[in-house]
Write a protein of this length. Structure first.
Lengths: 233, 625
């Protein structure tokens, strides 16, 4: 579904991604693990076309997308949930969802407001509330729901558990598993190993803009030195 | 004032507020989504007025003809807005914001000359609205029925806009993009289409605002800049991006102006005050007061943090001594070789170069864009003229004191301006420039009003063109050197630190406001010097030295040359002054030629001329090595 090959990207003159390669299939949850500043968010932004790819390939559903503008990439069915949520604070929950709405596509699950409210029951109770007057957890749910309104085939989830209360993190994990059951491909960036272990099938570890490990969650769980080297703080 | 006359002035004010609201709402909408300060918005209003005039002639003076013309004119202006967006702005959305501003200046110039070509220079007085030409008697006074209709149109448009923005997906997209347009794009919304549609709606509102004025106001070529100034004031007083705020502000300003006219001339404590002449002053005073009390306008909110991945400005390069000395030597030799015409043109260029360098200082390194820099240039020029003619000082004294007068105004204006930032600051500078302009323009007995001041000639020993050339070269050259030197002093570093990271600068103990205030005073004084040198070289001063057009000329010079380089403003001032002189001698339509030239440059060199050349040289060097 999503294939990244030897991707390089820069912020100004700073070389951030040094040849990142990874893959994620439909119905699979893949975790991208790494410490702060390792390049997780940049990988996602570069896939999404928000940071220009200096070289390398991004193939989505059999199509090269690394030169397309973000809105074309989104229209092809690649959804992005930003780390800092970026809720439209002046808009109500319903309006936030309306902005995300895209036409249904044959090869991906379709989402409506009501279906999303069953996935995120908290949101159902605050349809008219402005995004700026919601808690962090509620905003995290809204930002995922907003991206799902675009009926994506694949979702890039940037640190969905960051800064959330444990009970909300659990709810988040259930939601991610629900997406997997719908047949979506999910690429998830995380610092939280426990959250990743609860939801992901496979994992990559990124450090200094390079992939250092790729394998199943079981392999990662078995290798304490790997975790020590790249993930522990 | 009687109660009846208060009511009448209130109604007058409300009628005037309608068009003001329409044009400001359009400006606000466009700015909110695209972050472009569209200087051409007043030009669209002007086109609406001219368009309605011609269409009514075509359709006939029937109610259907009149209203058909008004609506069609607004629609056509909407399409003009779309054309501007598609042909010009869409190509430069990734360029720095100031460059987009430059492009809209160019559009102003082009539209002005198109209007001059199509409709001529004479004011065109439109017909009354058929069926509404009678007056309605209210409390014993007669009010035109059309005015009452206008009073109703304001709230109707406000309600329609509100519905559109809150009850449609388009409205949700517009409001979402106003906050975070990158996110909207990442959700699959084609920003380009959204921008085009917003430009259409905003331009229709401007066109409608103009077309509705046809029975009240003659169509004329000065409307573009006067309307944009009014619209800036209303938008800023109301709060950028707030349609409701624009409505409130339009009413506040419309009514305040109507009362000024209604009060007329009064005698207080033996002083005669002509309130009817103070309409502009009052409008801009309201703005200054509102911005100081509520920095984001009546209903505005602090601007959302923009997520544009704009690269920080590159470090300034110091021009080398050899570079400076070679140029200086060449300029010293010129009068010996060239003819009188070249000498005079270069003297002009020296004045404008200092004007542009002082503007660059404040908008580039100090990070405070000024839309009203002509205030100091013009005040310097007037101070020089008035000290010579009215105070009877010798020319040398007038020339030296004039910059101090301009600097004194900068002390006052700057104190207010440094309390704001970004577009709000830029518009406040425009407001102060307009206050200065309107006082100069209307205070006939001292400033000579629209005629200006005559016989401002230099002392006999400087009367020769060559002698004056050397004086201008010495004074302007020294001032430019001083400004550049200051940029590389700790003071200059502090200013740049404040521009790049205001919080960090404050946190390491830099009192940013005071630094910015001092910078304001410094550049105001030196722009005043440029104006004073200019005044004595011309022998006369007109209010145009202090006009918005003069301010925008300065912005064009700086942006044309490139705001990120030190020498850019010099190149921009030289090329602009020379080109304007060349073109103006050959065609009546010099503005259009200038505008199209600027547009070509904007589209080809989005870094400015000097910046573009540097990039070319850099690429050439890279290719060689």
């Amino acid at each position: 579904m999503l294939l990244v090959k030897d991707l390089h990207a820069y912020y100004g003159r700073a070389h951030i991604l040094h040849g990142v390669s990874l893959a994620a299939a439909a119905g699979e949850v893949v975790a991208l693990l790494g410490r702060n500043g390792a390049g997780k968010s940049t990988v996602m932004k570069t896939i999404m076309g928000l940071v220009p790819a200096a070289s390398g390939e991004v193939v989505f559903a059999g199509r090269r997308i690394e030169r397309l503008p973000p809105h074309r990439i989104a229209q092809l069915g690649l959804g992005w949930v930003p780390e800092d949520r970026r809720i439209f604070t002046e808009l109500s929950v319903m309006e936030n969802l309306a902005v995300g709405r895209q036409p249904a596509r044959a090869d991906a699950p379709s989402w409506s407001e009501d279906k999303l409210f069953t996935l995120f029951p908290n949101l159902a109770a605050m349809r008219e509330r402005p995004g700026g007057r919601m808690s962090g957890g509620e905003q995290q749910m809204l930002t995922i729901a907003r991206t799902l309104m675009g009926n994506p085939r694949c979702v890039l989830l940037d640190e969905p558990s960051e800064g959330l209360a444990p009970i909300i993190v659990e709810q988040m994990a259930r939601s991610v598993r629900a997406l997997k059951e719908e047949g979506l491909c999910v690429l998830l960036s995380e610092q939280n190993l426990h959250f990743s272990q609860a939801v992901a099938d496979r994992a990559y570890i990124i450090e200094k803009g390079q992939i250092r490990f790729g394998g199943t969650m079981a392999e990662l769980a078995a290798d304490a030195s790997l975790r020590e080297q790249y993930l522990s703080v | 004032m009687t109660f009846a006359s208060i009511i009448i002035q209130l109604l007058n004010g409300l009628a005037a507020a309608a068009s003001l609201f329409l044009v400001s709402a359009g400006l606000s909408l466009i700015f909110g989504v695209t972050r472009i300060v569209n200087f051409a918005h007043g030009s669209l209003y002007m086109l609406g007025l001219y368009g309605a005039y011609s269409l009514i002639q075509l359709f006939g003076r029937t109610p259907l003809g009149f209203w058909g013309a008004v609506v069609l004119a607004a629609f056509v202006v909407g399409l003009v807005g779309v054309a501007i967006e598609l042909l010009v702005l869409r190509r430069i959305y990734k360029a720095p914001e100031l460059f987009q501003l430059l492009a809209t200046f160019a559009v102003v110039l082009v539209i002005k000359d198109v209007a001059l070509f199509v409709w001529g220079a004479e004011d065109l007085v439109g017909p009354r609205a058929p069926g509404l030409s009678m007056a309605v008697e209210i409390m014993g006074r007669r009010i035109p029925a059309y005015d009452l209709l206008l009073i109703a149109i304001g709230p109707v448009v406000l309600a329609a806009l509100w519905l559109l923005l809150t009850c449609s997906r388009w409205g949700a997209l517009v409001r979402a993009a106003t906050q975070d347009r990158e996110m909207v794009g990442a959700l699959g919304v084609d920003q380009a289409k959204l921008f085009t549609s917003v430009f259409f709606v905003g331009s229709v509102l401007a066109g409608l605002g103009g077309a509705l004025q046809i029975p009240r106001e003659p169509a004329n070529l000065e409307l573009d800049l006067s309307v944009i100034a009014d619209a800036f004031v209303v938008t800023v007083v109301g709060g950028l991006g707030s349609i409701g705020g624009a409505f409130l502000a339009a009413i506040l300003i419309g009514v305040a102006k109507a009362f000024c006219i209604g009060i007329g001339t009064v005698h207080w404590f033996g002083v005669e005050i002509a309130f009817s002449k103070l309409t502009l002053v009052v409008e801009f005073l309201i703005m200054a007061i509102v911005l100081v009390v509520r920095p984001y306008g009546l209903l505005g909110k602090p601007p959302a943090v923009q997520r544009l991945a704009a690269d920080p400005a590159p470090p300034l390069e110091v021009p080398s001594w050899t570079f400076a000395l070679v140029w200086l030597a060449a300029l010293v030799v010129v009068p010996l070789l060239a003819d009188r015409y070249v000498t005079i043109l270069l003297t002009d260029i020296f004045c404008f170069a200092l004007f542009a360098v002082s503007l660059h200082f404040i908008m580039g390194p100090a990070g405070m864009v000024s839309f009203g820099h002509a205030a100091y240039f013009g005040l310097g020029a007037y101070a020089a003229g008035l000290l010579l003619k009215r105070a009877g000082l010798p020319m040398e004294a007038a020339l030296l004191l004039a910059p101090l007068v301009a600097g004194a105004f900068a002390v006052v204006y700057g104190w207010f301006c440094v309390r704001l930032s970004g577009v709000y600051l830029a518009m406040l500078t425009l407001a102060f420039a307009q206050i200065s302009w309107s006082i100069v323009f209307q205070w006939d007995s001292v400033t000579g009003g629209s005629n200006g001041v005559f016989g401002v000639w230099p002392a006999p020993w400087l009367a020769g063109k060559t002698a004056y050339y050397y004086l201008a070269l010495a004074l302007c050259g020294a001032a430019i050197a001083l400004l550049w030197r200051v940029l590389f002093s700790p003071f200059g570093y502090a200013l740049r630190a404040g521009r790049d990271s205001p919080l960090r600068a404050e946190a390491i103990g830099i009192d940013l406001r005071t630094f910015q205030w001092k910078a304001f005073i410094l550049v105001g004084t030196l722009a005043g010097l440029a104006g004073a040198v200019y005044a004595f070289s011309k022998g006369s001063i007109s209010p145009s030295t202090i006009s918005i057009a003069q301010s925008t000329d300065g912005l064009i010079m700086v942006l044309l040359g490139g705001v990120e380089t030190l020498t850019g403003p010099l190149a921009g001032a030289a090329i602009f002054t020379w080109l304007r002189d060349e073109v103006a001698r050959r065609t009546e339509f010099w503005r259009a030629v200038m505008g199209l030239t600027i547009l070509a440059i904007v589209l080809l060199f989005p870094q400015g001329l000097v910046g573009g050349l540097k990039a070319l040289v850099g690429r050439w060097r890279e290719a060689r090595s």
